[in-house]
Design a protein. Structure first.
Length: 287
């Protein structure tokens, strides 16, 4: 109870609650989606132990959650907030909570998980003496941002990076695309005709070959890619009025050092596999 009260008080002090006009987020037609966004920001040091000692490990936590505050009617807004909350915090259980409740619950869960390694720190500290294990100083950065919006479509990214010991931190980016008329998320199956997988794979591969200036698929291996078989549609994409943008996270198709690999396929190269009358043709290609 004490921990929960502490987090509630802390969040009340650090929440940034200014309204962010929808035209501020992403490209597309400003204001066309009719969404007004708000945000909750949490910045704090989470101590490994419940003592006030700056010499002991802590986790540097920075979270900025942008979510819809106004949209059409209450039912539509609730559904849109569910999608944002569930995809940001990464668990279906969160989408039944308000954005503020979800943030408090998330911080509590993160803190509890971090403090589970406290005994391990004490054991290693006893072995290493004054030098101490430096890898218990963690950090977490978690944000989201709108990439594209119009009257029919909203695409946004969730970025997550952390350090939990080891040689380096980790980073990943995931995307969500929402049909604003049906208020459902979009996958490849909602965009492409059956049998799309092979031709889409070929176009992604061709685009990578173009970007890395090679003439044969196997030549990509000399640039650091693991295998050609790894380069396939992965449902991690966002949409705008020009094409579909895929991202492959670290270690997915290439080493950590190559970072996130981005590939954009113009709609003009996908006309034969797009669903006729689907959201891409109805709401983007026609504009």
């Amino acid at each position: 109870m004490r921990t929960k009260q502490l987090f509630i008080l802390l969040l009340c002090l650090i929440m940034g609650l200014g309204l962010l006009p929808s035209c501020k987020g992403g490209s597309g037609k400003p204001g066309a989606s009719g969404i007004v966004f708000d945000s909750i920001v949490a910045r704090q040091h989470v101590p490994l132990f419940l003592v006030s000692d700056t010499a002991l490990p802590y986790s540097d936590v920075n979270i900025a959650f942008t979510y819809p505050k106004k949209f059409k009617n209450r039912k539509s807004l609730t559904r849109l907030q569910q999608i944002f909350t569930g995809t940001f915090f990464g668990e279906v259980s969160y989408d039944t909570l308000t954005p503020r409740q979800a943030m408090i619950h998330y911080l509590e869960a993160y803190t509890n998980e971090y403090r589970e390694i406290g005994d391990m720190y004490k054991e290693e500290k006893a072995k290493l003496g004054d030098r101490g294990p430096s890898w218990y100083w963690y950090w977490l950065q978690h944000t989201n941002k709108v990439l594209y919006q119009d009257k029919a479509l909203l695409s946004y990214a969730v970025e997550y990076s952390d350090y939990t010991g080891g040689a380096h931190g980790s980073y990943r980016i995931t995307y969500t695309n929402i049909d604003l008329k049906k208020l459902v998320t979009l996958t490849e199956e909602e965009l492409f005709l059956p049998g799309y997988y092979k031709p889409l794979t070929e176009r992604i591969l061709h685009q990578l070959m173009h970007e890395y200036q090679v003439e044969e698929p196997d030549s990509l291996l000399t640039h650091g890619f693991f295998t050609i078989d790894d380069i396939v549609p992965n449902n991690n994409f966002w949409l705008d009025d020009k094409g579909i943008h895929y991202s492959y996270n670290q270690y997915e198709i290439a080493p950590y050092a190559m970072g996130v690999i981005n590939v954009m396929i113009p709609y003009s190269e996908l006309t034969d596999i797009l669903i006729p009358g689907g959201i891409v043709q109805r709401y983007i290609r026609s504009e």
